[in-house]
Write a protein that binds this ligand. Structure first.
Ligand SMILES: [Zn+2]
Length: 211
């Protein structure tokens, strides 16, 4: 009897992207990281908001514009409150928003370190012949798909490539180079399971992907 195990892996990046900018104090192009603090400046009824970054070498500040000259009434009340209070979660979400960061910086360093949590959606983890891994990646992460599979499944990169070539590992959406690209939300990996492969990490465990 054939059976499929459906699992979901949720991948969360651990390190926010860092802009590389010319540092006026220590000179040269340096990586900057979020200080976790926002700054609001009022000009009549209009507000500027910035997220403060610090040079990782000398601690000089760089202000990333979040919005400028915006009428107070047009600003989401929850966002305004979060910025005023330096709400950790909301500020962190802004720091991980790489698309937003791209509006202010051209050179950005991304990190593959990620937290991975797994849960069984359907099927029996003790007895299955096929597995479908659904990826949930709500925040962009630079972790490559093949690296995620190598670490989490405990098999070699060569083995991953062999399985892919033999169509025993299939990707959806299908992509010629998808294994070597960063993980994306909504991707799925289908595996025909072979007893010679250890797949200990398929359905259980919480792990941290090293950089
Ligand atoms: Zn500096």
């Amino acid at each position: 009897m054939s059976s499929t195990l459906h699992v979901q892996w949720t991948v969360t990046p651990l390190i926010a992207p860092r802009p590389w900018l010319t540092c006026g104090r220590c000179g040269g192009i340096k990586p900057f990281q979020s200080s976790g603090k926002a700054r609001l400046n009022a000009n009549g009824k209009r507000l500027d908001a910035r997220l403060i970054y610090k040079c990782t070498d000398c601690d000089a500040s760089w202000n990333r514009p979040l919005f400028e000259r915006r009428n107070v009434r047009e600003i989401d009340a929850g966002l305004l409150q979060a910025l005023q209070a330096n709400d950790r979660q909301r500020i962190e979400a802004i720091a991980f928003d790489i698309e937003g960061l791209r509006r202010s910086a051209t050179r950005i360093e991304e990190f593959p370190e990620a937290h991975v949590t797994k849960r069984v959606l359907a099927g029996n983890p003790a007895a299955f012949e096929r597995a479908r891994i659904a990826l949930s990646v709500s925040v962009p992460c630079a972790l490559r798909l093949d690296r995620l599979l190598v670490v989490e499944l405990g098999v070699s990169r060569t083995r991953i490539q062999e399985l892919h070539a033999a169509e025993r590992l299939r990707l959806s959406p299908v992509g010629e180079r998808a294994l070597r690209r960063p993980v994306r939300d909504g991707m799925a990996v289908d595996l025909d399971v072979d007893s010679t492969d250890r797949l200990a990490g398929l359905s259980t465990g919480v792990s941290v992907q090293p950089g």
